[in-house]
Design a protein around this ligand. Structure first.
Ligand SMILES: NC(=O)c1ccc[n+]([C@@H]2O[C@H](COP(=O)([O-])OP(=O)(O)OC[C@H]3O[C@@H](n4cnc5c(N)ncnc54)[C@H](O)[C@@H]3O)[C@@H](O)[C@H]2O)c1
Length: 260
């Protein structure tokens, strides 16, 4: 039921913090993995490491910018040439411009629109193009990365005394992604295509100690800690496998109870 062996899994942002854990989990479970990323150096390095560590030779790095229609089309063509089909698409890229991360008052209209169109728009574009192939195959599983901030308001006090904030664009993007998953599940369901979102809490990535302490104080599950990439990968494997064959349009929140 939980088997994903030989399924062709395309993971955008595959070279990133969460994406690389997704690629590893899929590779370890015998899937054919396509790492999609704009960064060829980290992408190719990861592909090499995964082949070495997992003895799975079916790992492909495909450079692609999910915000560029021609790049997306080229990538899909190459994937189909190599693996003939696409069973799963995981939208895990994190496009953001150089001004991303500013406080609400400092976000310009242009930056707001730019970050929304690349992140939310990029997920739309990638999903639209891959769904053509899945329609022909009469099935597939699509996952979109949401966030706790797509379903809950930020607790700004946890960022006090750090350079961090929760950007206003992120709330709009992630709220949009969670509902985009529902829309797509309804629209693509008749073609046997399942679409779900995963909404992780904050993943530990050497954030400032004061932030981690305040963040962790709101986690309900013992031992209280921030998320690890592997926590999120567990939900992904479930959604890519036939164990979730009757699940679509859902948002799996992986946050140790932070939002409850
Ligand atoms: N890290 C967290 O704590 C956290 C929590 C909740 C949700 N998320 C979500 O998980 C997803 C991944 O986050 P992450 O922390 O792994 O990010 P990350 O920055 O570590 O990785 C993102 C990857 O996307 C790639 N990328 C950026 N723009 C791209 C584009 N236009 N086309 C293709 N690839 C592109 C980058 O090169 C990078 O390798 C995002 O959707 C993020 O919002 C992350």
């Amino acid at each position: 039921m939980f088997n994903i062996a030989r399924k062709v899994c395309v993971i955008t942002g595959g070279a990133g913090l969460i994406g690389s854990a997704f690629c590893r989990a899929c590779a370890e479970n015998g899937a054919k993995v396509v790492i999609i990323d704009t960064n060829p150096k980290t992408g190719k390095n990861l592909a090499g490491r995964l082949v070495r560590d997992t003895k799975n030779k079916n790992i492909l790095f495909q450079q692609c910018d999910i915000t560029k229609p021609a790049s997306v089309k080229r990538a899909i063509k190459n994937i189909l040439k190599k693996f003939r089909r696409i069973d799963a698409l995981v939208n895990c890229a994190y496009p953001r411009n150089k001004n991303y991360g500013r406080k609400f008052e400092d976000v310009t209209y242009e930056d707001f629109c730019d970050n929304l169109s690349t992140h939310l728009g990029g997920y739309f574009l990638m999903t639209k193009e891959v769904s053509r192939t899945m329609k022909e195959q009469k099935g597939g599983s699509i996952v979109l990365m949401g966030s706790i901030y797509g379903i809950a308001a930020p607790k700004f006090e946890i960022y006090e005394g750090t350079h961090m904030t929760m950007p206003v664009e992120y709330a709009a993007i992630k709220g949009g992604i969670v509902n985009l998953a529902r829309y797509l599940a309804s629209y693509l369901g008749p073609h046997g295509i399942r679409v779900n979102a995963i909404s992780p809490g904050g993943v530990f990535d050497n954030q400032p100690e004061s932030f981690v302490k305040r963040y962790v104080g709101k986690v309900k599950l013992a031992p209280r800690r921030m998320a690890k990439q592997e926590d999120v990968a567990g939900a992904l494997l479930f959604l890519l496998s036939d164990a979730s064959a009757y699940i679509t349009g859902q948002n799996i929140v992986v946050d140790g109870g932070w939002t409850i």
